[in-house]
Design a protein around this ligand. Structure first.
Ligand code: PAF
Length: 281
């Protein structure tokens, strides 16, 4: 497995693969890989001849008060995970390689990005769309893999690919959880032992929401209330949002009829965690 730091190296490698008629999958990540990422790489390895994993903590998607500086990084460990999983190339550029001094072009989206995480992270999705569009141009994959844990991101990327005719298949992959239910996230490393225990309230609350829907509850307000009550019973938790939205438009719904995304963002201490489930019928 190779590690490339420049766009030129990636392009040369992909060109060679294309000349050999090989298909290419891309797994975009910000590194500090966990089993959630590993499941994306595994799927990509199954479905493509060659897999590129990008490891880039993208400054453009972090707000001024967010955790860009403290975001965990460990390229050696990430590279070992990628190699073991069967990736062919890790792309690990420096920020200057991705954003030259007079960089001034962005991919911005007028729909899907204003609600949910976009409310408290107003510049986040512009940064995500811009870097993912750049990665798509650099790697030109046949397929790209994203986790459902960032469900809004998955919807936004699908929309961008459709709007801008990237001709890339976007593969959404299920949330991977710890044994006790906590959704895997690089940010879980910020939690101390007490917060780690408190963080279980996210999956517990969603499970209750899901149970009520399975029992036939269709009033979104009642689902939100049930989830909110459970989260509020945890003293270390502070709700950013609890929402039930249409899975296609990401607009809030009051009556659950079509596919919906039930999504939450909760601060446990200073750490903001997200989790969700999708009901598709
Ligand atoms: O989901 C992430 O890790 C990031 O938002 C992504 C897609 C790699 C873009 O920086």
């Amino acid at each position: 497995m190779k590690i490339a730091e420049t766009i030129r190296e990636v392009r040369e490698q992909v060109k060679k693969w294309r000349q050999e008629g090989l298909s290419v999958g891309l797994v975009p990540t910000m590194g500090y890989l966990h089993e959630g990422h590993k499941s994306l790489i595994d799927r990509a390895v199954q479905e493509n001849d060659r897999v590129v994993v990008s490891v880039f903590v993208n400054p453009m998607q972090f707000g001024p008060k967010e955790d860009l500086a403290s975001y965990p990084r460990d390229l050696k460990r990430d590279a070992a995970i990628c190699e073991e999983a069967g990736a062919a190339l890790v792309f690990h550029p420096e920020p200057e390689e991705m954003y030259h001094d007079d960089f001034s072009s962005y991919v911005d989206m007028n729909t899907l990005t204003g609600g949910l995480c976009g409310k408290s992270r107003p510049i986040h999705f512009r940064g995500v769309c811009t870097v993912v569009a750049k990665l798509f141009h650099i790697v030109t994959p046949d397929r790209a893999y994203f986790g459902q844990k960032d469900a809004q991101q998955l919807a936004v990327i699908r929309h961008m690919v459709n709007d801008l005719n990237f001709g890339i298949e976007i593969v959404g992959c299920p949330i991977i959880r710890e044994k006790d239910g906590l959704a895997k996230s690089s940010r879980n490393t910020y939690l101390d032992a007490q917060e780690r225990q408190a963080a279980l309230v996210l999956s517990r609350a969603l499970k209750e929401g899901r149970r009520r829907m399975d029992e036939g509850e269709t009033d979104a307000g009642n689902i939100i209330q049930a989830i909110t009550e459970i989260i509020e019973s945890e003293p270390l938790a502070k709700i950013d949002y609890v929402e039930v939205v249409d899975w296609n438009t990401l607009e809030p719904v009051s009556e659950i009829q079509d596919a919906v995304l039930v999504a939450i963002a909760v601060y446990i201490g200073k750490t903001r965690l997200i989790d969700n489930f999708i009901v598709s019928e």
